[in-house]
Every structure is written in C-alpha cells, then in structure tokens.
Design a protein. Structure first.
Length: 257
C-alpha cells in the first residue's frame, strides 16, 4: 500500500502547488511563475517520494514506463487510481481555499482547467491542442525514460525531469493551460464543470497516446538489455532506477521485494 499512498500524496501536492499557483497567484506570477511552480514541485517530489513509488504522479508516465518494461503492468490500474484520487482531492482543497475570496467563481475563472478553442488562453483550436499535448507528453516521458536509465548519471534525474516540465509549461500554457497529465486535468475539471468536462477527453487521450509513443521510441533507440535492465518491481522502488544504479556501482546485488 505504501507506493500507492505515495502516488496519492505526490499527485495531491503536485496539483495543489501547480494548479494552486495558477488559481491563487496567477495574476501576480504569470505563466513563468506557474511553470516554475510545476517544475520545482515535481523535482522536489522526485527526491522525496522516488524511493517509495518511483514518483510517477501521472497516468501517462505510468503507461509509458509499463510499455517500456520498466514497471509492473499488474500495478498500473492501482497507480492510476491513486493518482486521479490525489488530483481530485487537491482540486477539492484548492476549491475551498479559493472560495474564501469574495466573488470567486470556478466556472468563470476556469479553475486552472485545460481547454481548447474559446477555453484556450490563446484560443487555439482543438487540433493544435491535441498535437501539443501529444508531443509534449512524449517529451516528458522520453526524458524520464532516459534520465532514469541505468547508464544515466546517478542523482540528476530529478533535475532533468523538473527542468523539462518547466519548459513544457512555458511552451504550452498559452495553448491549453498545459496538461501532459490526465490526473492533473481531471481534478480541476470536476470543479470547473460544463465545458471543462466536455473537453476533458482530449487531455486524457492525447497525453496517454504521447506517453505510449515515447515508450515505443525509447524501445526503438535504446535496445533493452536483460542484463542491464532492472526487474520491473525493482524499477518501481526508486525513481525508476536511482537506487539500483548506486547499488550496481557499489558492487552490491539488489534484492527483490
């Protein structure tokens, strides 16, 4: 149960801090501030929760890792459920906090939900929204797969992943308000209601397809070596390999759990 609880807590914190920066402080910090909030929060969580659950916090990431054979497929449904519940709980807490401001209206403000056409910050069309969510989720998952590879430098995965999430937000906030994470989209949409829920499908489908595509690309350019590749359950133990790398370099043989 500990990995699932860690995924719940991690996704809760990511959505509360990331979406919270947009809802509560967006007028003061702008797009750059929101982007930094998401990136820095994820970076911190990777080091805090990585040794417990791998710190996926995103169904598209869990799917990509599963298809890359770095994660046990049997645990995928429970991970996704924990992530979505964490996002919904965070959105609920954020709604209560934001409602403390006179005149707050989650529907009118959008409540950090994602959207296209008139719900896009820049009024971008559905095709543009789908394409950018697909491509940038693929970039995120590909970065995670590469940064946590056994041949990658030890200890820098969190920095790389956090940095790429900042860049992803800087590029796509004007287009869709940035999802690249179905759980992050589901939470706020439930409180924004109406059009946010009608458009939610795109921010579930596009990121999942992007994560799957990244896994396919990674498996194509980085042949899986059964000797070097971590067992699936061990891959979940630390941010997708940090602990295994350290043990390998120390000459210790990792144990299964």
């Amino acid at each position: 149960m500990r990995p699932y609880f860690a995924e719940f807590i991690g996704t809760f914190v990511l959505v509360l801090c990331g979406c919270g920066s947009a809802v509560l402080a967006g007028d003061h910090i702008g797009y750059s501030g929101v982007a930094l909030s998401f990136g820095f929060t994820l970076m911190a969580l990777i080091y805090a929760l990585g040794p417990i659950s791998g710190c996926h916090l995103n169904p598209a990431v869990t799917l990509g890792l599963t298809l890359s054979r770095k994660f046990d497929a049997g645990r995928l449904p429970a991970y996704v459920i924990a992530q979505v519940l964490g996002a919904v709980a965070a959105a609920g807490i954020l709604y209560v906090i934001a409602s403390g401001r006179p005149g707050f209206d989650a529907v009118a403000t959008g409540f950090a939900s994602n959207g296209y056409d008139m719900r896009s910050p820049g009024h971008y069309a559905m095709t543009a929204a789908f394409l950018i969510e697909f491509l940038l989720t693929g970039l995120l998952v590909l970065t995670i797969l590469g940064a946590t590879d056994l041949k990658a430098p030890v200890g820098f995965a969190g920095l790389a992943i956090g940095a790429v999430l900042v860049v992803i937000h800087l590029v796509s906030i004007p287009v869709t308000n940035t999802s690249v994470n179905p759980a992050r989209s589901i939470g706020p949409a439930l409180f924004a209601g109406g059009a946010a829920l009608q458009q939610l499908w795109l921010f579930v489908v596009a990121p999942l397809l992007g994560g799957a595509a990244a896994a396919l690309i990674y498996r194509t350019i980085r042949a899986l070596d059964p000797v070097l590749q971590m067992p699936q359950r061990q891959a979940m133990q630390a941010l997708l390999g940090e602990t295994a790398q350290r043990m390998d370099r120390a000459g210790a043989k990792p144990t299964e759990f």
